[in-house]
Design a protein around this ligand. Structure first.
Ligand SMILES: Cc1cc2nc3c(=O)[nH]c(=O)nc-3n(C[C@H](O)[C@H](O)[C@H](O)COP(=O)(O)OP(=O)(O)OC[C@H]3O[C@@H](n4cnc5c(N)ncnc54)[C@H](O)[C@@H]3O)c2cc1C
Length: 292
């Protein structure tokens, strides 16, 4: 596991080095290089602690973020060069191919996202169990929520079906956690079946990766200001750009975690996949085709 961890976090520093060679004046690449470097430095700093903490989730987050950023940046460079970038005479098509393997080895990004999300939810689950119990006791005492009521009643976002009495205690806890604490709702609503919910897990992982990236750049930029490092204003710009983007992305991902939100297209995605799998082909007719 430690060998894999060191391989994964090193994707951050290696790719940041590769991007720095390509940077020129491109803000996207500078920002991505800064974030992945910061995540890798933060992770290696923790790994170097004498008590050898388990940093497998952090290492996985560095790997996923860095590999996908590398692909995006190299692809952008190739695009800027136009047709020349596609030719074997130049190194960019080779770099693009090399960047693509980063999604696959050292654990594929799909599997790592599930790992990140499930480890995160497992941790949240320990905290939530106590919280749900406390909430249920409080709700029981307050009398605010009858068996068929929840935060969705009276015009609130939740409007789930009435629950049988036997389940009401658990359901009230779940409803409270579904709104407004959306980040916690995946753990509380799906419980053990969350492991089957890959679309949900992907979003949870994306939120966690963005949060870790934000922690990493904010720590690094704050330190650079504190000790007066050269060009720290530039670092602040990069950190600010990333934090703003990550914040907006996370708001969207969190809103999609709510099964009943209009942003959540999971049921439609599953239906389309089922229909294609049934026929084993793309099933839309050509527009010139006639029904009869
Ligand atoms: C150039 C190169 C170098 C390599 N070097 C090493 C090495 O040094 N050491 C080593 O151990 N391995 C190495 N590998 C192997 C690499 O680790 C595997 O290719 C990788 O783990 C993916 O496994 P697979 O190819 O069997 O794909 P599969 O496991 O068949 O996966 C195929 C696709 O399905 C997805 N997938 C699979 N299961 C799920 C699931 N449950 N949910 C969602 N998606 C899923 C995967 O993410 C992937 O996109 C290397 C591979 C390459 C190409």
């Amino acid at each position: 596991m430690n060998i894999l961890n060191s391989g994964r976090f090193s994707v951050g520093s290696v790719v940041a080095g590769m991007l720095k060679k390509l940077i020129g004046e491109f803000a996207l690449m500078a920002q991505k290089a800064y974030v992945m470097e910061s995540m890798a430095y933060l992770t290696v700093g923790m790994l170097n602690q004498p008590e050898l903490p388990d940093c497998s989730v952090e290492a996985a987050m560095v790997k996923v973020f860095s590999s996908e950023s590398a692909w995006q940046c190299v692809s952008e460079v190739l695009q800027i060069l136009g047709g020349l970038g596609y030719m074997k005479d130049y190194p960019y098509e080779h770099l693009l191919r090399d960047a693509r393997i980063l999604f696959i080895f050292q654990g594929t990004n799909e599997i790592l996202r599930m790992f990140i999300a499930l480890m995160g939810l497992q941790h949240a689950g320990h905290i939530l169990t106590t919280r749900i119990h406390e909430l249920n006791c409080w709700l029981e005492d307050s009398g605010l929520f009858g068996p068929n009521r929840g935060p969705g009643a009276d015009g609130q976002p939740w409007s789930g079906p009435p629950q049988p009495r036997g389940e009401c205690q658990q359901t009230r806890g779940e409803r409270v956690l579904l709104w407004p604490h959306r980040g916690e709702s995946a753990a509380s609503v799906w419980k053990k079946t969350v492991v089957e919910e890959q679309l949900v897990l992907k979003r949870v992982a994306n939120v966690l990766i963005n949060l870790y990236g934000r922690v990493a750049v904010l720590s690094r930029a704050s330190r650079s200001i504190r000790i007066g490092l050269r060009n720290h204003d530039h670092e602040i710009l990069l950190a600010n750009m990333f934090c703003t983007e990550a914040y907006v992305q996370n708001l969207f991902s969190l809103s999609q975690l709510d099964k009943y939100a209009p942003e959540n297209l999971d049921e439609q995605i599953k239906k389309v996949s089922r229909e294609i799998l049934e026929k084993r082909t793309y099933i839309c007719a050509h527009p010139l085709e006639r029904a009869s």
